[in-house]
Write a protein that binds this ligand. Structure first.
Ligand code: DC
Length: 230
């Protein structure tokens, strides 16, 4: 039997949701958190905020030393309310700025810097330790929180992912978007530290043929079944 929402306090664990872009990960993670009545952590928003800091400082995002120095000094705050996402950099609301094409183009090299990952992973662990949560990213199940009660790796065919992303960006062609996704995936999957990969014990869910509602439904039932096993 399926249920619309979890009872309050029913799911008390951590859901680690990883995968590349265009799989519906962010929407699924937010809606799953709402259904389970728990918090939501978008770790990509934190890497994007670090990238905004680098760009604002006029630093070359591929200059690892300068990037590390810059990110060491910043304070990033993210809300964990799935209904109200907000990202703050040094007291300044950058919720919109982290999604600009400039930030998106520069985020891969910034997130590959060891010192950046060390700082942000520590902050992510503190946030996750604060109670039940759905955390999404690239390395949640493999590095940030390997003991998550439910680990999921979302995938979708390259073509479907490009079509989904292009639908969000009407001024860019599917071919252009596909190329940008491929470049970012290759970078994120081949970096030395915490590359994008399926974590040990993670369930692979291919969303190519599923709509968002179906994926949310599937994962809600999986989380509740994990919860009922205690
Ligand atoms: O999920 P997103 O597109 O907002 O993520 C932005 C970038 O941040 C992505 O190119 C990879 C990086 N990232 C990461 O390296 N580790 C995470 N846990 C989350 C995101």
């Amino acid at each position: 039997m399926t249920r619309e929402c979890a009872d309050p306090g029913e799911f008390t664990g951590v859901v680690a949701l990883d995968g590349p872009s265009g799989t519906g990960k962010s929407t699924v993670a937010r809606r799953l958190a709402e259904r389970l009545g728990v918090r939501y952590l978008d770790t990509g928003a934190m890497y994007r905020a670090a990238t905004v800091a680098v760009l604002r400082a006029g630093i070359d995002p591929t200059d690892d030393d300068q990037v590390a120095k810059c990110v060491a000094e910043i304070v990033i705050e993210v809300s964990t309310d799935p209904r109200h996402q907000r990202t703050v950099l040094d007291g300044l609301d950058v919720t919109a700025e982290i999604r600009t094409p400039q930030a998106t183009a520069a985020v891969s090299p910034v997130s590959a810097v060891a010192a950046v990952r060390k700082k942000l992973v520590a902050q992510q662990r503190e946030l996750i330790a604060g109670g039940p949560i759905v955390a999404e990213g690239r390395d949640i199940g493999s590095v940030v929180w390997p003991d998550a009660e439910l680990k999921v790796f979302l995938t979708a065919s390259e073509q479907v992912r490009a079509q989904r992303r292009a639908a969000e960006r009407p001024n860019r062609s599917v071919t252009e978007v596909a190329e940008a996704i491929r470049r970012r995936d290759t970078f994120d999957s081949s970096r030395a530290i915490s590359p994008l990969r399926r974590a040990d014990g993670a369930e692979v869910v291919d969303t190519s043929e599923l709509d968002i509602n179906e994926v949310v439904e599937l994962l809600t039932q999986r989380a509740l079944s994990v919860a009922s096993r205690g």
